[in-house]
Design a protein around this ligand. Structure first.
Ligand SMILES: CSC[C@H]1O[C@H](OP(=O)(O)O)[C@H](O)[C@@H]1O
Length: 349
């Protein structure tokens, strides 16, 4: 099954509304940077690469929306669109990577007519989208070799097709291993509070008949202690220059448990998710989301009214707990600053 997380239809961006999966499968339509920014903020679309693709299309949509305005109106409108998108969510570096890439294209077009700029930005957004799928398949091929035939692989959150333009990062590795003929059983953490595991990962695996077992987040240690987990693979939202990994809240706990039980802990990480401007994980901005996500789920609120909450949407796993980063340029075992710099240098060659 080819899951089109985002698609371009009749000069609009359409995105699967991931808030209502698996109960409903529906696309929402977007025609401006502001509406895409709100879609990212509300987590209609989520997952670092998918957010990057959405932002790229958000820039192109803004240029199309303003393409008949005077040059000064066009410029000020575009700057407002960039700012709106940049303020949508703070942790996934792919958002800022995509915006920077789109800005470079825009600024490289100097005094071109808005209509010409709009066309070029749309082409770039399409390239970001297509590139993401190519990168995910390259990562999948590199990572599949790490998973033994018959392995039981635990994953946290959703780093699948729904978190990307397609195929997935962590789940992309699992898809590639299955495609290579390996029997892989997935163990999906439900991933409170947004339930990306229960609602999205489980759905993706069931759709494709890849064996999947759903567990609550507090069960991972028990399964590891009973030898039921052979490997862990997760996605990431930002990797610091020293290899520290920001990912969905709860990932750090899984990494500590994996190390305690000598279980390999893999991170599927496109190069666009590595941020060389951040020296270590302590400098990665961690999004704090609304209390209502913790006090219940949507309309079903169960916590004592007025109770204080915390809701950091991500945590940081130190590099020393990461067995390997799986990238589109291959596997980086025991990642550190030097290995990541070398990896990036290769990319630039
Ligand atoms: C392939 S990136 C997926 C990454 O994004 C998720 O966060 P969110 O659902 O809040 O966007 C989570 O950290 C996943 O690992």
């Amino acid at each position: 099954m080819n899951i089109e997380t985002l698609r371009w239809q009749n000069n609009h961006l359409e995105m699967i509304d991931q808030r209502v999966l698996p109960a409903r499968f529906e696309y929402l339509s977007y025609d401006s940077a502001a509406s895409v920014a709100e879609g990212i903020r509300a987590m209609v679309v989520r997952g670092a690469p998918a957010i990057g693709c959405a932002a790229a299309y958000g820039v192109a949509l803004e240029a199309l929306r303003l393409n008949k305005t005077a040059p000064e109106t066009f410029r000020s409108g575009m700057e407002k669109g960039f700012a709106n998108l940049a303020q949508s969510r703070p942790t996934a570096v792919n958002l800022f990577w995509a915006l920077q890439r789109m800005r470079q294209v825009w600024e490289g077009m100097n005094a071109a007519a808005p209509a010409v700029v709009a066309e070029r930005l749309l082409d770039e957004a399409h390239e970001v989208h297509a590139e993401d799928i190519r990168i995910n398949r390259a990562m999948g091929a590199a990572g599949a070799a790490l998973l033994a035939d018959g392995a039981h692989v635990l994953t946290h959150c959703n780093a699948g097709a729904l978190a990307t333009a397609g195929w997935g990062t962590a789940l992309g590795v699992i898809r590639s291993a299955v495609e290579a003929g390996k029997k892989i059983s997935v163990i999906a953490d439900e991933t409170r509070p947004f339930l990306q595991g229960a609602r999205l990962t489980a759905w993706e695996m069931v759709q494709e008949n890849i064996p999947v077992t759903l567990i609550t987040d507090n069960m991972a240690g028990h399964l590891m202690a009973h030898g039921e987990v052979d490997a862990v693979i997760v996605g990431t939202d930002r990797v610091a220059a020293n290899g520290d990994v920001a990912n969905k809240i709860g990932t750090y706990m899984v990494a500590v448990l994996a190390r305690r039980h000598n279980i390999p802990f893999y991170v599927a990480c496109p190069l666009s998710t590595i941020d060389l401007n951040i020296a270590s994980g302590k400098d990665i901005p961690i999004e704090e989301r609304a209390p209502e996500e913790v006090t219940g789920f949507r309309d079903c609120q169960w916590a004592a009214p007025g109770v204080k909450t915390r809701n950091p949407a991500f945590d940081v796993t130190p590099a020393e707990l990461v067995t390997a980063l799986i990238t589109e340029r291959g596997v980086v075992r025991e990642p550190d600053k030097e290995k990541i710099a070398t990896l990036f240098h290769q990319k630039q060659l």
